[in-house]
Structure formats: structure tokens, C-alpha cells
Write a protein that binds this ligand. Structure first.
Ligand code: UTP
Length: 235
């Protein structure tokens, strides 16, 4: 099989609150996918749940206190967003798998027949970061790209600490010291990289790349193996 890339696309990137920027971003992402497909690349896009996941979990949380059930609602949100991107790519004529797979194995098989596979979550207990890391390890991708809405991994959460410093290179062990390793987050909760994904990457010996997916050029650079603005995380 030709080079396979796996990208976790944070659900926040679909930015439902910013219509103009959202339309531009989807257009740029579409162009990038057309270009990569033209170069014979295979791409697994694992899309986060963003607003629909948060909204659904928030609604149900008023009456349900079972994290597995809340996770199922989150997964439904990720699949909704995945379907949005899948249809947008199909519309421009990309060779996208016609189904949104529910398992890593189904995604692996679809990547043998299609240039692009778009999926969301799989099972409760982790976020789509973990799905992307597992898929990247399964298809022997060079690294797993985590495209999110912050430019780097920081020494501390920059939303709460003014002295947080941006990191450009670090190890998985160092990332684990910041976000934790292996312990699932609460349904709908978020850190720069899901701690479960950090644990899976450590076991697989897989490098990660964290970057601001709102700037599609950064994603392009990382996919092309060029230096990119973001954080390189070595296994
Ligand atoms: P996301 O992958 O969207 O979480 O999953 P996130 O890290 O907050 O990503 P953004 O905000 O979209 O960038 C949303 C929720 O769906 C459930 C979890 O409850 C998660 O918090 N989920 C998702 C699963 O249980 N399993 C999965 O495989 C994926």
C-alpha cells in the first residue's frame, strides 16, 4: 500500500459558530485532500465530535450519570461530523469510502480500497485522538497528526496559566507528565491530547504531531514531512 497518513481532526475545527471561517476551512481542507489523493496518498481522517457531541452529552447529563452511555452519545456526535466531511469530500469527487467505519479494522480494510476514509469514534472510554493513534499504529503510519485548535502543546494549560510555555519538541513521556497516561477523561472533557491516546502511542512506539488545524498549511507541511509549526512528540 502507498504511504498512509492518519489525522485526528478536532471537532472544534468545524467551528459551527464562525460561518465564514468554517466555509473557508472546509474548502481548503477539500483542496488539500484532492492534492494528496492526486499524489497517490492514503489518508485516514478521524473526526472529533465538537459541538454536537458536547450538546448531546450536556442534554443527557441532566438525567444520565453513566459515562458509557454518555460516551455513546459523544460517539454519535463524532460520526455526525465525520459524515459531514465525508459528504463534502465525496461531493468534489474524492475517492472516499462510502461508509463511516465503526472499527479500526473496518477502517484499515477500507483504506486498502479507497484513498480517503473518514471516521469518528469507535467504543466508549476514550476520544477520537485514541482512535487516530490506534489507526496510525495499525496502518504503520509514520506518525499520528493531531490537528486541534491550539498551536502547540504547552507546559501548562494556557487557558488557566499566563506563564504556560509553548513546546516545539518533546517526548511522549513528557507529554504524559502534562496530560496523564491511560486514565480516561470524563465524557465530553478535553485535554490537548487524550491521556488514553498517549498510553497507546507509548505502547506502539508511535510519534505524534500536534498542530493548529485551523491553519491548513500547517497540516499540509506535516503531511508532506516538512518542518511544521506545532509540537513534535517523539516516542
Ligand atoms: P471527541 O473525540 O470529539 O473528544 O469525543 P475531544 O477530545 O473533546 O475532541 P474535540 O473537542 O471534538 O476536538 C467526544 C466524546 O465522545 C466520546 C467521549 O465521551 C468523548 O469525550 N467518544 C469519542 C468515545 O467514547 N469513544 C470514541 O472513540 C470517541
Amino acid at each position: 500500500m502507498s504511504t498512509v497518513h492518519v489525522v485526528a481532526l478536532g471537532g472544534s475545527l468545524l467551528r459551527p459558530e464562525e460561518a465564514a471561517a468554517r466555509t473557508m476551512w472546509m474548502g481548503q481542507l477539500r483542496q488539500l485532500m484532492v492534492h494528496l489523493e492526486g499524489n497517490g496518498r492514503r489518508i485516514g481522517l478521524v473526526v472529533g465530535g465538537g459541538l454536537p457531541a458536547r450538546e448531546g452529552i450536556g442534554l443527557a447529563k441532566e438525567i444520565i450519570n453513566d459515562s458509557e452511555k454518555l460516551d455513546q452519545i459523544g460517539i454519535a456526535g463524532t460520526r455526525l461530523n465525520a459524515t459531514v466531511l465525508q459528504q463534502i469530500l465525496l461531493d468534489i469527487g474524492c475517492d472516499v469510502a462510502p461508509v463511516v467505519p465503526h472499527t479500526i479494522e473496518a477502517a484499515r480494510l477500507l483504506l486498502e480500497d479507497h484513498h480517503i476514509v473518514v471516521m469518528g469514534g469507535t467504543v466508549p472510554g476514550h476520544t477520537t485522538d485514541t482512535v487516530a493513534v490506534k489507526l496510525a499504529a495499525t496502518v504503520h503510519a509514520r506518525h499520528c497528526i493531531i490537528a486541534t485548535n491550539v498551536p502547540h502543546v504547552y507546559t501548562k494549560d494556557p487557558r488557566h496559566h499566563d506563564d504556560a510555555e509553548a513546546l516545539t519538541e518533546m517526548t511522549l513521556k513528557e507529554l504524559g507528565e502534562i496530560v496523564g497516561v491511560g486514565t480516561p477523561l470524563e465524557p465530553g472533557a478535553s485535554t490537548v491530547v487524550d491521556p488514553v491516546a498517549v498510553g497507546v502511542a507509548m505502547e506502539a512506539g508511535l510519534d505524534l504531531a500536534v498542530l493548529d488545524g485551523r491553519d491548513v498549511r500547517r497540516l499540509d507541511d506535516a503531511l508532506e514531512g516538512k518542518p511544521f509549526e506545532g509540537t513534535v512528540i517523539k516516542a
